[in-house]
Design a protein around this ligand. Structure first.
Ligand code: 5GP
Ligand code: MG
Ligand code: MG
Length: 183
């Protein structure tokens, strides 16, 4: 499960994550209630790869006329610096014009990635554009990002599990852990 010398301590258990996702889904369904009544479309966008488990668990609770799509973005240079560059590795495949769009992200940290994605999608004229993040590290923000729905807003350390990786490892774990490397 882990490199024998790395140590993982639980930050959010599977039960805590499940419970929080239930609450988030209630808030999100409530928010889109009118849209749902009018049978307007909601496109839910997974930000690959970190958000994949969160997205899969969340969308099962969402109600309405729903489509799913995926993006992947990469940041270059100092990932925690506002001077970093971000681009699409994989863009959306579905047209978002006149649709409600909900972006599903794992962690908003400096805000660089979501600042980029929100700007890119805004100009495609969605009917609305919202962001849900499982974790928002608010104290580390360098780029303004409005996170409309937040799972957890207190999380220290370098987190792995539940989609989050360290060098592509640990994504499959059902809970979220703080990783301490052995060296
Ligand atoms: P931002 O552009 O907001 O600085 O970076 C956000 C991205 O950095 C997240 O989507 C995530 O991929 C990565 N990230 C930030 N904090 C952590 C962390 O604690 N653990 C892992 N595995 N990735 C993180
Ligand atoms: Mg991410
Ligand atoms: Mg990563």
């Amino acid at each position: 499960m882990q490199n024998s010398k790395d140590s993982l301590s639980v930050v959010f258990s599977k039960e805590q994550i499940d419970e929080r996702i239930n609450e988030l889904a209630k808030n999100i369904n409530e928010y889109y209630r009118e849209a749902l009544k009018a049978n307007e479309q909601l496109l839910v966008v997974c930000v690959l790869r970190g958000a994949v488990l969160f997205f899969a668990d969340l969308v099962r609770h969402l109600e309405g006329n729903i489509e799913l799509d995926f993006v992947r973005i990469a940041s270059y240079g100092k990932s925690t610096s506002s001077s970093g560059h971000v681009n699409f590795i994989k863009d959306l495949e579905i047209d978002i014009q006149d649709k409600h769009v909900l972006i599903v992200e794992d962690i908003v940290d400096s805000g660089l990635s979501m600042n980029f994605l929100l700007k890119q999608l805004e100009v495609r004229n969605p009917k609305s554009l919202k962001l849900v993040a499982l974790i928002s590290k608010t104290e580390r923000r360098e780029n303004e990002v409005k996170v409309d729905f937040v799972g957890f807003d207190k999380a220290n350390g370098f987190l792995v599990g539940y989609g989050l990786d360290y060098a592509e490892k640990y994504r499959h774990l059902p809970a979220i852990y703080d990783l301490k490397l052995s060296n």
